[in-house]
Design a protein around this ligand. Sequence first.
Ligand code: HEC
Ligand code: HEC
Ligand code: HEC
Ligand code: HEC
Length: 179
Amino acid sequence: MKNAALFIAIALAFTSLTAFTFSGSNEYIGSKSCKACHSNAKMGGTAYKTWEKGPHAKAFKTLQTAEADKIAKEKGFSTKAAETDNCLSCHVTGMMEKGAKFDKKFDKTEGVGCEACHGAASAYAKKHAKDVEGAKKLGLETPKDKDAEKLCLTCHNEKSPTYKKFDFAKQLKQIDHSK
Ligand code: HEC
Ligand code: HEC
Ligand code: HEC
Ligand code: HEC
């Protein structure tokens, strides 16, 4: 148990140095900015459609339920879940990152959107379609294997009031949108 906690602490420290500070001066522009190209198998693939039907796209709406408000109250918060920073930090793109910048287009009701895992996109959104390698310098990330697992564990951990044991291989399959 101690080891698990230590592992998560290390994972959190590591990820906070990578995923959540990498955005630099980039702004979060919102998942709708990815929709046009990533809904089309002939362009960027159908990731948007898969994400839209998956669990992450409803993460904010989950906070607007009576169940969520009850959890927030039990945790000692006096605000509704959807207005509580602690809850928003894992249920909405970018909210965990200190100093994050959000474009006017950004809409927090998207929940955990593309940029929560692929990096704030203001610099790369229009530029990566032809040059993925170049876009990595502009903040585009596609975490694989251990890096992807560390990313998941920034939210899927015991700080979540409803934490369920996280099974990386299985849960990555559940959100697979790589086609
Ligand atoms: C103008 C169309 C367009 C827009 C807008 C767009 N993408 Fe893409 N994206 C593409 C295309 C095309 C590829 C495939 C490039 C390739 O494989 O050479 C791609 C590839 C990717 C990849 C895979 C990178 C890799 O490692 O292979 C990711 C991740 C990605 N896009 C994320 C996003 C996100 C997040 C947004 C919204 C902020 C977005 N894209 C908006 C066209 C677009
Ligand atoms: C920014 C925080 C965040 C990150 C990073 C994140 N998730 Fe989630 N994930 C959530 C939240 C919040 C929910 C609950 C959504 C709901 O039910 O409204 C969730 C739900 C899920 C679910 C649905 C099953 C369940 O546990 O409720 C799967 C599967 C999942 N995530 C997989 C992943 C994988 C795989 C990764 C890493 C590649 C990942 N997540 C990264 C926040 C995150
Ligand atoms: C919870 C984290 C998470 C979210 C949210 C997410 N992705 Fe991903 N995405 C990943 C991971 C991790 C991979 C690599 C998967 C693998 O290696 O199997 C990936 C892979 C991809 C790829 C394929 C890259 C390749 O190597 O072919 C594209 C394109 C992509 N994502 C686009 C998007 C878009 C667009 C959205 C929003 C509509 C989005 N992703 C939302 C984590 C996420
Ligand atoms: C450390 C990240 C994190 C924080 C902080 C967090 N959540 Fe979550 N939440 C998650 C994840 C990940 C899930 C998916 C289930 C799990 O916990 O494994 C989730 C799922 C949920 C669910 C759905 C439960 C279910 O069984 O499907 C509710 C409701 C919820 N959270 C409410 C809240 C409320 C209210 C707060 C604030 C008091 C909060 N969460 C804070 C990460 C977090």
